[in-house]
Every structure is written in structure tokens, then in C-alpha cells.
Design a protein around this ligand. Structure first.
Ligand SMILES: [Zn+2]
Length: 106
């Protein structure tokens, strides 16, 4: 579970899931009210997890020649699975992760 970099309190699974629905950048810690951001490592892990679940869904759907309704149920289960697992990969950071771009010198 994620640990706040400011107050060192560990967020619960429920708090971590609820924070994923925040539309603004960063998530406010319930204990110290400071804004926390997902680390780049955490964002990378989440992308890999989402990609793996998407691949699993695509393979399952193509293998079993499913009708539309079961496909929607499978997709909903995939989204739910991602939400359930994500708090375990969450790692917090006090600043918004800056992406360093290398410039191409001609
Ligand atoms: Zn905190």
C-alpha cells in the first residue's frame, strides 16, 4: 500500500482505490492534507498492468468467439481487476514527476 512521503502514514486499500477517481493532478493525503503524486515508477507499473490485462482480455475474447454481452462483462471485470490491483503498485511522491526530454542536436 502507498505511504505518504510527507507524514509517513500508510494509506488503506480503500483510500488508495478512492484516490484513483480524483480528476485533478495529485491526490490529497487524508492524514496530513498534503498533495501526493504517483511516482514515475508507479505510473510505469500501472501501464504494464493495464496492458497485460488488456492483452489477456483480447486473447480471451478472440479465443472463445463470445457474444457482445459476455464481452462487456469481461471488460468490466478487467477494469475492476485493474482497480483492485493498482493500490499494491502505488508509490507516492511529493512533487509531480518531471519527464526529462533529451533534445536532438543536429
Ligand atoms: Zn500524509
Amino acid at each position: 500500500m502507498p505511504v505518504c512521503k510527507n507524514c509517513r502514514n500508510k494509506w488503506t486499500w480503500t483510500q488508495s482505490v478512492m484516490k484513483q477517481f480524483t480528476l485533478r493532478n495529485g491526490m490529497i493525503c487524508d492524514y496530513c492534507k498534503e498533495r501526493q503524486y504517483l511516482s514515475s515508477k508507479s505510473r510505469y507499473k500501472n501501464s504494464i498492468l493495464t496492458a497485460l490485462i488488456a492483452i489477456l482480455l483480447i486473447v480471451t475474447i478472440s479465443l472463445f468467439n463470445l457474444a457482445i454481452f459476455p464481452i462487456f462483462i469481461l471488460i468490466a471485470m478487467g477494469v475492476l481487476l485493474t482497480l483492485i490491483i493498482t493500490p499494491f503498485t502505488m508509490e507516492l511522491y511529493e512533487q509531480y514527476p518531471v519527464i526529462i526530454q533529451s533534445s536532438i542536436v543536429e
